[in-house]
Structure formats: structure tokens, C-alpha cells
Design a protein around this ligand. Structure first.
Ligand SMILES: Cc1cc2nc3c(=O)[nH]c(=O)nc-3n(C[C@H](O)[C@H](O)[C@H](O)COP(=O)(O)O)c2cc1C
Length: 433
């Protein structure tokens, strides 16, 4: 290991030599002509570490001040994982909130499987295909989005940043990416839709009071939500050990913000405003069956999407129940400790849906290559949860925007390597297990 304190090593001297050359080259570059050139040069000189600048698209990207440090600005991030420690640091005074974001269930094995199973899939690269123009647009229920990467519903985002869902909506809307808003949000659907600027989808927790549920559906419709996304993977309680451990070291008084009693806690969320929630004892629909899906289908003109389908049989059932779409999901490994990853379940769900309805997926997506793999295995769009929350917690809207930028850039990079210039060209033969 280099001991930086004891002076530059030969490798570091080489690096600073190369850096001087690079800066000299830049100073003569027509790219930097004009009044802002000296400012940009100064910024670059300050930003570049004592390392050889990479010969790739990240040449001009500012690096973190020292390798291994927690990033201090979104533009320091090299990948979306760089935001995770930054988010943890930003939430250092609120460890329970960090634990809430991070947790899976039991020993977090499903959470880990979600990402690890992406790594078991290989991508076949193709050569000599003109890949200068890449088109990542996707149509979902008649609306065109700029990218197949969407933002999965995450509850209570004010626990991560004061601007909560509105910051996320602005970042996603600016990039024309789909946002799915959680029932348990700290911002009202109409406000989020306005901040986004395109139709959002509304994630529905069914509650055990149909009057309340109907009111939620109406509010989502009034906000212009294109789809009602019914989450079906929260069957009763869950053992969120990572959260419980984090709570033990949180010295704040939870009841300073949270309220006792389930219905009171539900009532704090804007979408429940002025509704009588006194009969709501269960938000998640523990007793919910396919009959509820039929009831929901009949209760709205919006598209109905089931989130949490993990098997072929349930996909077949969903199709015959008349739903319009499926999201393969295990709640980011925070619903059950099955150990079954979503990417592992995707092919059988796609088979069950028989191309009749779009199949989306989320869980463990951390790289543009993960997005590609999911699309190759039949997904229409690919969701992220924690990564954009890391960006939100660490840096607010610019953090979310940079997370989306990084994933999109990585995705476009692998599209070029796979020789696919549009989503329609991606197919299962492009990946191998
Ligand atoms: C803190 C947190 C809160 C979540 N809240 C909801 C929710 O309210 N409704 C829902 O359907 N899914 C919820 N999810 C699950 C996400 O929609 C998504 O399925 C999951 O985060 C994807 O996995 P990833 O975090 O590995 O990207 C939540 C996830 C997290 C991390």
C-alpha cells in the first residue's frame, strides 16, 4: 500500500506528470476557448486528483478529493453505490431513518440475492455495429418516457430529506422518467404530479376499509395518475432486523414526530387528509385475495398494475384477472426472506404474461448493465428504489438527478457494446447465465 504521508511514490510521480500534461493539453484545446476557460481550468485543476486521467468518458468528471473518501458532491460519484455512504453520513443524526432505508428482512439475504443474481448473468458483446445514436425511449400505457429506468415507490421520503418526494419528482420529471408514488408518501399526489410534469403512477396499499381505499384511488385519478399499482407483497408483519438494530442507537424521541396508534400514523400522510381512517387497522391488505384485484379493476378507469408478482402461476392469474401490467418485485428484499431474487424470477413471470401485458421489474438494480440484463430477459422497464434515495438523502434533488444520469450513461454504454441502438433490438440471446 502507498504511504501518502511519507511522500510521493514513483507511481504517484508518474501520475502528477501525466496530470500536468493533461492540463497543458486542455489549456490549448479549442474546447476551452472563451471567457469561462480559465475558470474551468481552475475547477479541473482543483478537481483532478494526482492520478492519470482516464481515457474514457469520465476524463472531465470531477473525482472525489481522495480515493476512498465519502463523496461530498454528486459530481464526485463514479457510480450509484458511491451515494450509499454519503447518504448514511447525511443521516448520521437519524440512524433509525438510515436503518429504515437500508433494511431487508431477517439477515437481508433476499436483499443481497437481488443484486448478486444480476452478477451471474453475462452480456454478449457484438462488434462493428454503428452505435453512435442510441434511442432509449419507451412507451408505457401510451406515454413516452426517455428511459426504461423508473423510480419505484418509496414511502416516507421526508425521513431522508426535507424536500422528499417533490425533489425526486423534479429530478425524474426533468429527465422524463416514470415515477411511482407511494401511498405512504409525505407529499400529496397532485403536488408530486405537478412537480414531475408527466403522468405519475400511484402505488396503492389497499387498507382494510374500502371507503378509504376508494378515496385514495379517486385522489390518484384526480392527480392524473395513469396507473394504480397495487402492492401485493406485504403479507403481515416482517422482521426488519437491520432497522431494529439501527433504532437501538437512535437517541431521538420517535414520538416527537411519529404518533401512537396505527390509524393515527396512517392519517399523517397527505393522501389520507380529511379521510376518516379510524377503521383502518391494516394498510397492507393481509387478507387480500384475487377478489380484491377484481374489485379494484372495476373501481377505476386507470390502468391496474400488480407489484410483487414473483411466479409464473401468479402472472397467469394476473392476466386472467384483467390487470394491465406486472412489476416483478420483492419489495427490495424487505418483504420476505425467500432468498429468491427478482431477476431470477423474471423469466418465468414473462412467460406467464405471454407478451400480453408489460412486465416491469425492480430490486437490486445498481448498474446500467443490470438494466440491460433485465430488458434482455423480457422486462419492459426497470425500477430503482434505494439508489435514488441515497442520492436524495445525501444531496437532495441534484443527488437524485446524478443517480439517474449515472445509470442512464452506464446503460447507454452497454447498449453500444451489445450492438443494440434501441430497446426493441434487445433480446434474450444477448445474455447468458
Ligand atoms: C425505504 C423503502 C421504502 C419503500 N416503500 C415502499 C412502498 O411504500 N410501497 C411499495 O410498493 N414499495 C416500497 N418499497 C419497495 C420499492 O418500491 C422497490 O420495490 C425496492 O426498493 C426495489 O429494490 P432496490 O431498493 O434494491 O432498488 C420501499 C423500499 C424502500 C427501500
Amino acid at each position: 500500500m502507498n504511504d501518502i504521508e511519507s511522500g510521493p511514490t514513483p507511481a504517484l510521480e508518474d501520475a502528477s506528470h501525466a496530470r500536468r500534461h493533461f492540463l497543458k493539453f486542455l489549456s490549448g484545446s479549442p474546447l476551452l476557448m472563451g471567457s469561462s476557460a480559465s475558470g474551468l481550468m481552475a475547477a479541473l485543476a482543483a478537481a483532478l486528483p494526482g492520478e492519470v486521467a482516464a481515457q474514457s468518458y469520465d476524463v472531465l468528471r470531477a473525482q472525489a478529493p481522495k480515493v476512498g473518501e465519502i463523496i461530498e458532491a454528486p459530481e464526485h460519484a463514479l457510480n450509484v453505490m458511491d451515494f450509499e455512504p454519503a447518504a448514511k453520513k447525511a443521516l448520521a443524526a437519524a440512524p433509525a431513518h438510515w436503518g429504515y432505508m437500508a433494511t431487508g428482512v431477517d439477515d437481508d439475504s433476499t436483499l443481497r440475492a437481488n443484486h448478486e443474481d444480476f452478477e451471474k448473468i453475462r452480456i454478449k458483446v457484438r462488434r462493428l455495429i454503428d452505435a453512435r445514436n442510441i434511442d432509449t425511449r419507451v412507451q408505457l400505457f401510451g406515454t413516452e418516457y426517455a428511459s426504461p429506468i423508473f423510480l419505484s415507490p418509496v414511502s416516507s421520503q421526508r425521513a431522508f430529506h426535507p424536500e422528499a418526494e417533490l425533489a425526486v419528482a423534479r429530478a425524474a420529471g426533468a429527465k422524463k422518467q416514470l415515477m411511482v408514488l407511494s401511498t405512504s408518501s409525505n407529499s400529496a399526489p397532485a403536488d408530486v404530479a405537478r412537480a414531475h410534469g408527466m403522468p405519475i403512477w400511484f402505488q396503492l396499499y389497499p387498507t382494510d376499509d374500502w371507503n378509504v381505499t376508494q378515496a385514495l384511488i379517486r385522489r390518484a385519478e384526480e392527480a392524473g395518475a395513469k396507473a394504480i399499482v397495487l402492492t401485493v407483497d406485504r403479507q403481515g408483519g416482517r422482521n426488519t432486523e437491520t432497522l431494529f438494530r439501527a433504532r437501538r442507537v437512535d437517541t431521538r424521541q420517535c414520538m416527537g414526530c411519529h404518533t401512537a396508534g396505527f390509524s393515527n400514523e396512517v392519517a399523517r400522510k397527505p393522501v389520507f387528509e380529511r379521510l376518516d381512517v379510524s377503521h383502518v387497522t391494516n394498510l397492507y391488505g393481509t387478507g387480500m385475495t384475487w377478489e380484491f384485484v377484481a374489485k379494484l379493476r372495476a373501481a377505476t378507469k386507470a390502468k391496474v398494475v400488480l407489484k410483487g408478482i414473483m411466479t409464473r402461476d401468479d402472472a397467469v392469474r394476473a392476466l386472467s384477472a384483467g390487470v394491465d401490467g406486472i412489476i416483478v418485485s420483492n419489495h427490495g428484499g424487505r418483504a420476505e426472506a425467500s432468498g429468491q431474487s427478482t431477476i431470477g424470477a423474471l423469466p418465468e413471470v414473462v412467460a406467464g404474461a405471454r407478451g400480453k401485458i408489460p412486465v416491469l421489474i425492480d430490486g437490486g438494480v445498481r448498474r446500467g448493465t443490470d438494466v440491460f440484463k433485465a430488458l434482455a430477459l423480457g422486462a419492459t422497464a426497470v425500477g430503482i428504489g434505494r439508489p435514488y434515495c441515497w442520492g436524495l438523502a445525501a444531496f437532495g434533488q441534484p443527488g437524485v438527478a446524478t443517480v439517474l444520469d449515472i445509470l442512464q450513461r452506464e446503460f447507454e454504454t452497454i447498449l453500444r457494446q451489445a450492438g443494440a441502438t434501441s430497446l426493441q433490438q434487445i433480446n434474450p440471446a444477448m445474455v447468458a447465465a
